[in-house]
Every structure is written in structure tokens, then in C-alpha cells.
Design a protein around this ligand. Structure first.
Ligand code: 6PG
Length: 242
């Protein structure tokens, strides 16, 4: 695990932009394309805006980029809560990624469960059997959830499926998410975590006893890849020796 502490979300975003540029460059040189899963929530907004502008925008060969999502609120793309909508507005509408290489987690015609099975097939077509993303961006909630892997949900027990959809009662909405077994196949995983409200959960996730049912971000442990935590001073406030 790598851990880097910053003063501000701006600095976290810069560090993440640099990681993404490097990961894209390496993957494109090696495999002719770059596969990435985006995170939702508020943490990546500044990163996405940064990537859409110079100097970063011309450092990525966008035509070779394949974009998926780590998770989504099951709402239409026009809905303000849509993670895809946010990514389009801040980044994807501003860079030349071919439309057919962008895979939002949403369909008018399907149930969330049907769509989860379809999404897994689409992933398999692009990633192959190995299912290794070049890069997955993740956030973490103040309850220790990541992607839509929420505390005490049965998706945490998933061992095989790559994608799952389920009804998240406290939020009264369906969620769709990549599962931990798929996320952990990635070459690189980067968490973006900022703000004092995340400090207790971050302490439990990184330095507490193993309790992934309560702190699902503990499930993220890449098999062969690397995980990097980009954290601001406030979120890191309760960590010992980091
Ligand atoms: C979502 C997310 C979720 C998010 C965390 C952190 O759709 O809600 O993808 O896992 O990353 O809740 O959210 P913030 O960045 O808003 O703190």
C-alpha cells in the first residue's frame, strides 16, 4: 500500500491526475489502450475538471481510453445524482473519447439486476477473462463504504460476479457496483479521501481490526496490483504514524 498525505483536495486532485496520466501512458504503450473505472461522489469533481484542461488534457491519448464506472446510483443520466452525468459534465464532454468507449451504468429498458449482468458481459468483452482494469478510482464514505459496497449488505459476500445491483434501503434507491473480487484484479487502485468527517472511518479501515462488514473499504486489497491512498490532513487526523 502507498499512502500520501496532502493539505487540500486540490493537491489530492493533482496527484491523482498525475497518476492517471502515467497509468494511461504505460497501458497505451503496452496494450494500445487504457481501461479506467471512475468514481462518483464529490471527491473526484476537481480531478475530472483538471483532466479536461491543460496541461493534463493533452497528456492523455483520449482516443485509446475506455471508461467504466465503479458504481452508480440507479437513476437516469439526466438526474443530478447520476455519477455518469457528473463525469460527462466535468470531463467526458470535453475530451475526444469515442462515445462507444464510454460505458455508463444505466439503461432505460432493463432492471438494475438485468443490467448488472449485461455490464459484466461488456466488461468481459473489453477486459477479457482476466478482468484487470488498468486503473480504478475510488472514494470512501464516512461509514467506510467504497463504490456501492455499503456496510452490512450482502454484496460484500460476493465472490464470483463482477457486477451486482441491489436495493439500498437507507437511501431508497438501487445501486449498481463493481464487486470487490473484480476491483481487486486491477493493476492500480487509487482512493481519494478528504475531509474531517472521514477521519474515524479511515482510521478503522487502515488501522482498525479486520471488520469488512462494517468497513467495506477493507475488502480492497489488489491481488497483484497496487493500492494508493491520497488523503488530506483532515481525513488523516486520527491515523497513527502515517
Ligand atoms: C457514490 C460513490 C461512493 C463515493 C463515496 C464518497 O456513488 O456515492 O461512488 O462510493 O465515492 O460515497 O463520496 P464523496 O466523494 O461525495 O465523499
Amino acid at each position: 500500500m502507498k499512502f500520501d498525505k496532502f493539505e487540500s483536495l486540490h493537491q489530492i486532485s493533482q496527484a491523482a491526475a498525475e497518476i492517471l496520466v502515467k497509468a494511461a501512458d504505460m497501458a497505451i504503450k503496452k496494450n494500445g489502450r487504457f481501461t479506467v473505472a471512475l468514481t462518483g461522489g464529490s471527491s473526484p469533481v476537481e480531478l475530472y475538471k483538471m483532466l479536461a484542461k491543460e496541461p493534463y488534457s493533452s497528456l492523455v491519448n483520449w482516443e485509446k481510453v475506455y471508461v467504466f464506472w465503479g458504481d452508480e446510483r440507479w437513476v437516469p443520466l439526466e438526474d443530478e445524482r447520476s455519477n455518469a452525468r457528473m463525469a460527462f459534465e466535468t470531463l467526458l464532454n470535453h475530451v475526444p473519447i469515442p462515445k462507444e468507449q464510454i460505458y455508463p451504468m444505466w439503461s432505460e429498458e432493463k432492471t438494475p439486476q438485468e443490467f448488472a449482468a449485461d455490464y459484466a458481459k461488456q466488461l468481459q468483452q473489453v477486459l477479457g477473462e482476466k478482468g484487470a482494469f488498468d486503473l480504478i478510482l475510488l472514494g470512501m464514505g464516512d461509514d467506510g463504504h467504497t463504490a456501492s459496497l455499503f456496510p452490512q449488505t450482502s454484496v460484500l459476500e460476493e465472490r464470483h460476479a463482477w457486477v451486482q445491483a441491489y436495493y439500498l434501503k437507507p437511501q431508497q434507491m438501487h445501486r449498481i457496483t463493481l464487486t470487490a473480487p473484480l476491483i481487486n484484479r486491477a493493476t492500480e487502485i487509487v482512493f481519494l479521501v478528504h475531509g474531517e468527517n472521514k477521519a474515524p472511518a479511515l482510521r478503522e479501515v487502515l488501522q482498525g481490526e479486520s471488520n469488512p462488514k462494517q468497513y467495506p473499504a477493507q475488502l480492497i486489497a489488489p491481488l497483484a496490483g497496487e493500492v494508493t491512498w491520497l488523503v488530506d490532513r483532515k481525513a488523516a487526523a486520527e491515523l497513527k504514524d502515517l
